[in-house]
Design a protein around this ligand. Sequence first.
Ligand code: NAD
Length: 238
Amino acid sequence: MNLQNKIVAIVGGATGIGKATAEVCAAAGATVIVADFNEVEGRAAAAAVGGSFFAINVADEASVAAAFAAMASRFDRLDALIQTAGILRGAFVPLEEFDLAMFESVLDVNLVGSFLCAKHAVPLLKKAGKGVIVLVSSAAAIGGSSSYAYGASKGGVNALGITLANKLAADNIRVNVVMPGNIDTAMKRSVIQAERERLGVGGEQQRLELGAPIGVGRILAWLASDDADYVRGMIQTR
Ligand SMILES: NC(=O)c1ccc[n+]([C@@H]2O[C@H](COP(=O)([O-])OP(=O)(O)OC[C@H]3O[C@@H](n4cnc5c(N)ncnc54)[C@H](O)[C@@H]3O)[C@@H](O)[C@H]2O)c1
């Protein structure tokens, strides 16, 4: 995989899958941008790969617009946006206890955030004459989730990705959606903890064999490369 001369923005790159993706992209020769609302870990993740950090709250359009404007003033273009920022709230919360505010907060980050990042990245991708958007959904989008909000948000990301792919093809922008399985990150460990607290010891989540973030990172980075030029649609990973 070769990402020489590619400028790749990894939103949500401070920790977990995004951070691992930044490492793979940098090792493949990319100029890496890490954007995240976790400034401490985001700056560290960017510095570790010789990249740049930009603060962003993907749920807030003013913040997203400002972050991409700042990228535009530092770099003349973007070759790829990899949008990994996401949250999972409400794991194992029963439907009748599930607050609307919690439901909406998850959609705001996972779905609205993906929409906003795509919207504000596209002008920079167009400057490259050819670009890639990779959205991170989840196997939960098609197999069900521990959280009503999370599953719904990721189903929305899949549909958003299909719509973006169809509409942006004319601009030479390729869009893929990646659906990871069970990966060993802070988010997944919080779900396992919630199951233990809500349902007791020994549940299904606690018995899962978790994959390494870098396994997904390799796929996300590859999708940003020209080697994946002919790849279309949704991809499931471990
Ligand atoms: N870990 C898994 O098993 C798994 C499975 C399927 C999908 N995913 C998806 O992979 C992606 C990465 O998750 P992860 O498992 O690495 O967890 P993680 O919590 O380590 O990473 C999520 C990142 O998103 C950032 N973020 C959260 N809200 C943000 C906001 N409003 N603005 C900007 N940044 C924000 C966090 O600071 C963090 O760096 C998520 O979209 C998640 O839904 C994870």
